[in-house]
Design a binder for this molecule. Structure first.
Ligand SMILES: Nc1ncnc2c1ncn2[C@@H]1O[C@H](COP(=O)(O)OP(=O)(O)O)[C@@H](O)[C@H]1O
Ligand SMILES: [Mg+2]
Length: 238
């Protein structure tokens, strides 16, 4: 595809730029992004579209003209991200957080039988950790085997910058690159934390469109992943 001059840049990250094309959104990846990852994100999105979750429609995966790399084109959802709303209206943060949590619960109510399996993804991640010795990896695999088998849709990067409050008043979820079907437990913070409550006290978090979810100082839960002591392959692999 040829990118039009009229495009507007929304977000620029390490290996991609996201542009607004007016009625469409295009995620443009550079040559370091494996093409299989781009197709995987498109396939995830198509499956999510089909299972009924409000999400932008997948439109096209195409090779860039005049540059190396691939692009994923989706329908644009006119609206504002929940992250932007939280930043713009801090006094309504609690209300927005509640909408965010309700939406995650709603998503977990869907199934998509052909989506990649969370268990397979975790098994691959554990296997790839050469920083851990074979016995530890084996123990982790055993614990993974012992987990309850569930097949709920899990977004994998559920944060307010991936939730769009549409102009029609509905919530839409974008950015399904890390989606799997599995158990919702690994996607939630643990109910209890070993740290004393004083150590867990943090100022109320805020999100920006480029930020990830705030980190939990317990360093164990998903929300603590940005400061997680785990190797990056375990926290960021697709
Ligand atoms: N279909 C869409 N409609 C409207 N805005 C979108 C859409 N897709 C992405 N965006 C905007 O672009 C931002 C980045 O897109 P995203 O797919 O989340 O990329 P990344 O993988 O870099 O987080 C989103 O946070 C949102 O603001
Ligand atoms: Mg995103």
């Amino acid at each position: 595809m040829l990118l039009p001059d009229s495009k507007t840049e929304l977000v620029r990250r390490g290996n991609k730029v996201v542009y607004d094309l007016g009625d469409k959104i295009v995620k443009v990846f550079n040559e370091t992004k494996p093409v299989s990852d781009v197709f995987n994100e498109a396939l995830n999105l198509a499956r999510i579209n089909e299972c009924g979750i409000r999400s932008p429609k997948a439109l096209e995966v195409s090779q860039l003209e005049n540059a190396n790399g691939w692009a994923l084109v989706t329908e644009k959802v006119p609206g504002t991200t929940l992250a932007e709303k939280m930043t713009a209206e801090p006094q309504r943060f609690g209300e927005y957080l509640e909408m965010f949590v309700d939406l995650q619960i709603e998503i977990h109510g869907y199934t998509s039988p052909l989506l990649n399996r969370q268990r397979d993804k975790f098994a691959r991640m554990i296997d790839s950790l050469d920083q851990l010795n074979a016995t530890t990896r084996y123990n982790l695999q055993e614990r993974l085997d012992g987990m309850t088998k569930e097949f709920k849709v899990c977004h994998g990067d559920f944060n307010p910058s991936n939730v769009i409050v549409g102009d029609d008043g509905q919530l839409y979820v974008c950015d399904w690159a890390h989606a799997t079907q599995g158990s919702l437990l690994p996607t939630l913070p643990p109910p209890t934390c070993s740290l004393p409550s004083t150590a867990r006290t943090r100022p109320r978090p805020t999100w920006s469109s480029t930020a990830t979810a705030p980190t939990c100082p317990c360093r164990l839960c998903v929300s603590g992943r940005a400061s997680s002591p785990l190797p990056s392959s375990l926290v960021s692999a697709t």
